[in-house]
Write a protein that binds this ligand. Structure first.
Ligand code: URA
Length: 447
């Protein structure tokens, strides 16, 4: 008996084909089987076609919470785990599941730093229809996002925050699995999304994790119910792995803010920090910031927290912090006073409303697709992007429009992409006769 377990423990006895077979028949995998799988993809003993078969079996038969926790745990242990404890034991990380016009991180980090809360943020690039914070930052001339772990930690210590591209040394098993999921149509499955997100966050070393989970047309998950299910699983797995974690669930049916693209979004972030605040950006940023205040013990009252955040903006402290971050990572700070220093598109094309009324909806996915066609997004990780391309929505939800009035401005260097983009923008805008009711974007917070 002891001998049998010894074999299991060291994985000698196991065969990946048996694990695939077990999951194919709807069985639950053991901790040893999951460890064997992750070890095998890391040491190359399991072939990509076997991993793909197991991913598809998981796609159809799911994983229970124990399996999801073990998968996350061994993905974390497949690489380096950042130790930030010498800087602070109260460090916050924030992660969005991806959206359209989602520039929240770039307002959240300076606000946190201005409030004397440490954040350490590793971010990704845009993929598919969603934008990526690293791409947005790289539209600032000379901004450096490929920091070494030592540089990253040093900047967090000095400036209370830093933002760098996700390094391959953290949760590398996720990198391998994600690359296969991307080409085998196994991305949109809750236990795999949960383990992918939470493994990277746990490996990034923060004590408190605030997840910004999106649902709707512009998100990976289309319904609030699925976003809630994903959030509950991520929060449970994060807790089991020792993190103080919560999830704020919000709608991504319409783009966030007015700008969608890269340099246009940087401009909108600077305007927000200068006090020209879009209400949807404020609702999401302030709710996430207040959640971080509660986690770190800064403010427990929402009113106090929101008042403090408003003061950080009106006093200019949050704007100064963003300038400090840009300067510390080599970026050109003259962009703060002169937006023409950001990449500029050669073509600016105005899309006009085709009837009178009120904006009832702006479909996020159509706007995202239009932006990608204009050059702002990429299909494959290796594609290059045009930082100046994007769309600015001059009219937003609830605002009145007149026939012939400009509703959006297209920025591009690709003349042949304009007609399709214009059609997508016109299809995205739903204009109603009556003024729609105000809406709240926040659906639920899961602790
Ligand atoms: N974001 C991630 O990091 N992983 C996923 O699987 C999906 C979104």
């Amino acid at each position: 008996m002891g001998f049998f377990y010894l074999f299991l423990e060291f994985g000698v006895y196991m065969k990946i084909i048996d694990i695939i077979e077990k999951k194919k028949k709807g069985g639950s995998l053991t901790e040893q089987e999951i460890k064997f799988f992750i070890d095998g993809i890391m040491n190359g003993s399991i072939e990509d076609y076997q991993t793909s078969a197991l991913l598809m079996a998981i796609y159809f038969n799911g994983m229970n919470i124990d399996e999801t926790t073990w998968l996350t745990k061994y993905m974390v242990e497949s690489g380096e785990i950042l130790d930030l404890s010498e800087i602070s034991k109260n460090i916050v990380d924030k992660h969005s599941t991806g959206g359209v016009g989602d520039k929240i991180t770039l307002m959240f980090l300076p606000l946190m730093a201005a409030a004397d809360i440490y954040t350490a943020k590793l971010s990704g690039r845009g993929l598919g229809h969603t934008g990526g914070t690293i791409d947005k930052l790289e539209s600032i001339p000379n901004f450096k996002t490929d920091l070494s772990i030592e540089e990253f930690k040093e900047k967090v210590k000095t400036h209370k925050t830093a933002i760098a591209a996700q390094t391959l040394s953290l949760a590398p098993a996720d990198g391998k699995l994600y690359a296969l999921r991307d080409v085998t149509s196994t991305v949109d499955i809750i236990p795999l999304i949960a383990s992918s997100v939470v493994s990277k966050k746990v490996a990034s070393g923060a004590d408190h994790i605030v997840l910004d989970v999106k649902y709707g047309s512009g998100a990976f998950l289309k319904t609030a119910q699925d976003a809630e299910k994903l959030s509950e699983i991520m929060v449970e797995v994060g807790k089991r792995l020792g993190r103080n974690i919560c999830a704020v669930i919000s709608s991504m049916n319409q783009p966030l803010g007015r700008a969608v693209g890269n340099s246009v979004e940087i401009q909108e972030v600077i305007e927000f920090l200068k006090g020209n605040i879009e209400s949807d950006l404020k609702e999401i940023t302030f709710t996430l910031a207040q959640t971080a205040f509660e986690k770190t013990g800064k403010f427990t009252s929402k009113e106090e927290g929101f008042k403090y955040l408003e003061d950080m903006i009106t006093s200019g402290k949050a704007l100064d912090k963003f300038k400090e971050i840009v300067e510390s990572q080599g970026g050109d700070i003259s962009i703060f006073d002169d937006y023409t220093k950001l990449p500029q598109a050669s073509i600016k094309y105005e899309v006009k409303a085709e009837k009178d009324g009120f904006v009832k909806n702006i479909d996020a996915l159509r706007i995202a697709k239009a932006c990608k066609n204009l050059g702002a997004g990429r299909e494959k990780k290796t594609d290059s992007i045009d930082y100046s391309a994007g769309i600015y929505l001059t009219q937003k939800y609830g605002e009145p429009v007149c026939n012939g009035e400009t509703i959006a401005v297209i920025y591009t260097n690709k003349e042949d992409s304009i007609k399709d983009a214009e059609n997508l923008v016109l299809e995205a805008f739903e204009i109603s006769e009556n003024e729609p009711e105000p809406i709240s974007l926040i659906y639920k917070i899961i602790h």
